[in-house]
Write a protein that binds this ligand. Structure first.
Ligand SMILES: Nc1ncnc2c1ncn2[C@@H]1O[C@H](COP(=O)(O)OP(=O)(O)OP(=O)(O)O)[C@@H](O)[C@H]1O
Ligand SMILES: [Mg+2]
Length: 259
């Protein structure tokens, strides 16, 4: 018998209820929440994180459920500024769900295929920060990203550009000769606060964030993507970090039992 995603989650949930001695790393419903780009970044938006180390927000975005012809008008009403990144609404790891495009011109938006999320493109100097979270541990790496879009390109280009899955193609930018204002990692205390709060709000322990710094600012960051259980193989020192995480779970259980 083939189970639907929902039925499968129910099976896991029932198992958890009837086997309280089993450690569930992350609950299926919380994981499911990240598979929809309409909700994925909501926890970051709700946090309103702003302190002396910086501001963390999410790009303005608009959900288009159907009817591509109405997109230009909806974009107008929502006050979104072009260029926009169009992302399929569902982010389930399938190749299709990672087919993104960049739209420079309002009327060309009618050629997109809903359901999708339209997100304002934020210039960020072509570098993004992947922030890996494993329980209490945080590890950040730099990756090359999409280049900035200038006014010149905006006036000249009148279309939609599909781009390949950047995160797979992009090499590490950690050893590259980069503009230091672009390459400087987000402040550690800001990331600690963000990670701690997100672990709590999302109810998850194993995920990563894609963060960019708005070009020309030193401390305005945007979270543009959150993925559950990302490819940890690309995270430096993942063996140690993962082992420590698993050991800490065992210790927690032991304390609970004996305490
Ligand atoms: N709002 C934005 N502003 C600027 N660049 C963006 C924005 N959103 C996405 N990008 C660029 O597009 C890339 C892919 O976007 P995103 O991470 O949302 O898609 P994804 O398909 O979920 O990717 P992943 O391969 O990381 O799972 C980002 O790594 C970044 O280079
Ligand atoms: Mg990403």
């Amino acid at each position: 018998m083939q189970l639907s995603g929902k039925e499968w989650r129910q099976v896991l949930e029932d198992y958890r209820q009837s086997h309280p001695e089993v450690t569930v790393l992350d609950p299926p419903d919380a994981i499911q929440h990240l598979r929809n780009r309409q909700y994925m970044l909501q926890a970051v938006a709700d946090m309103n994180l702003s302190d002396s180390y910086g501001i963390v927000s999410v790009p303005h975005q608009l959900v288009i459920k159907r009817d591509a012809l109405s997109i230009p008008e909806l974009v107008n009403k929502a006050g979104l500024t072009l260029p926009l990144v169009a992302k399929p609404l569902v982010a389930d790891g399938s190749a299709k769900s990672h087919e993104l495009s960049l739209a420079y011109e309002k009327y060309s938006l009618q050629n997109l295929e809903p359901p999708l999320v339209l997100q304002e493109f934020v210039n960020h100097g072509g570098v993004l920060f992947k922030v890996y979270i494993v329980g209490d541990a945080i590890k950040v790496v730099r990756r090359f990203s999409l280049p900035d879009v200038g006014k010149w390109e905006l006036s000249k280009d009148a279309g939609i550009y599909r781009f390949p899955r950047v995160s797979c193609a992009a090499a590490s930018a950690d050893d590259a000769d980069l503009d230091p204002t672009v390459a400087e990692l987000p402040p550690r205390p800001l990331l600690e606060k963000l990670a701690k709060e997100l672990r709590w709000r999302l109810g998850l322990r194993l995920f990563n964030l894609d963060i960019i710094r708005e070009y020309g600012t030193s401390d305005h960051f945007y979270v543009i993507d959150i993925n559950y259980f990302p490819g940890y193989g690309k995270m430096p020192e993942y063996e140690h970090i993962f082992t420590d995480f698993l050991l800490s779970l065992g210790q927690g259980k032991y304390r609970k039992k004996s305490g």
